[in-house]
Design a protein around this ligand. Structure first.
Ligand SMILES: [Zn+2]
Ligand SMILES: [Zn+2]
Length: 267
């Protein structure tokens, strides 16, 4: 069964030509989930062959602009392209009012249903959605506004164990969510800064490369994929070396690339 993520944006708050703001499409045997929708996500979807109308489930980590400024445009384009099917949007509280106001001001009349599922900032891991292919969970991260990580777990088939993919951004260093991502097959974690910027990372509640790698190690993740890379880092090799010193099976996400969720336990 296919299980992979296509990165649309691997950058942090300031988009660059090389790294757009956060966005990625997880494909689980044809069921697609859009994780975050930063500015320009819909254009990146077209470039990297992700059909707008195939997206029914959208999960937003938090309401900082680099994670949802692309959502009004995406919804508007879905409407312009004749969409009739509903869309489910999971996001922290405030998304429904924000989106409704934006659409009203813009005079947009959306002719399909948008189901907003606002997450409350409680402790623990919440089951958001279950269908024949997967379960999607959300759990709180540690950031300057309410922020959620998402865990996508496939339904096991045959003798294969269920693969799990976790997407955690933005967050400062905290071990509070490690129980929810224990032994995850692919962990996509923010790493906004290199180690030299540790004090800024702590102040802004982001992770450094070493912190992200330490979290992956403590979670006993099978593989680590670093994302949310600050625009100040033009050459990611330094970041990669810092992370791999702690957690060797680390990759740095690149826009347009596809990353498979492998069966960690079978390798
Ligand atoms: Zn961000
Ligand atoms: Zn943020």
């Amino acid at each position: 069964m296919n299980f992979y993520t296509t990165i649309l944006g691997s950058g942090a708050a300031l988009p660059t030509v090389a790294r757009h703001c956060s966005g990625q499409v997880v494909n689980l045997n044809g069921f697609r989930i859009l994780l975050d929708c930063g500015e320009n996500t819909q254009t990146q979807m077209r470039i990297y062959h992700q059909k707008l109308q195939s997206m029914q489930t959208i999960c937003i980590t938090h309401l900082h602009g680099d994670h949802f400024f692309g959502l009004p445009g995406l919804i508007s384009s879905m409407h312009l392209c004749g969409r009739k099917d509903p869309v489910d949007i999971f996001a922290p509280a405030g998304i429904a009012e924000t989106m409704t106001n934006l659409m009203q001001v813009a005079g947009s009349h959306i002719e399909f249903e948008i189901h907003y599922h606002e997450l409350s900032h409680t402790e623990g891991c919440q089951l958001l959605l279950e269908n024949q292919r997967c379960r999607i969970y959300a759990f709180p991260l540690m950031h300057s506004v309410p922020t959620y990580g998402y865990l996508i777990e496939e339904k096991p088939r045959g003798k294969n164990p269920a693969r799990r993919y976790a997407y955690c951004t933005d967050t400062g260093y905290t071990e509070s969510f490690l129980p929810y991502i224990h032994k995850v097959d692919l962990l996509c974690l923010e790493s906004t800064f290199s180690n030299a910027f540790a004090s800024i990372a702590a102040e802004k509640l982001h992770c450094t490369t070493s912190q992200a790698a330490t979290l992956a190690l403590k979670a006993e993740a099978q593989q680590l994929l670093l994302t949310h890379i600050s625009a100040r880092f033009k050459e990611p090799e330094v970041l990669l070396a810092e992370a791999q010193a702690i957690f060797p099976k680390t990759l740095i996400a690149a826009d347009g690339e596809r990353y498979e969720v492998h069966y960690g336990k079978l390798n």
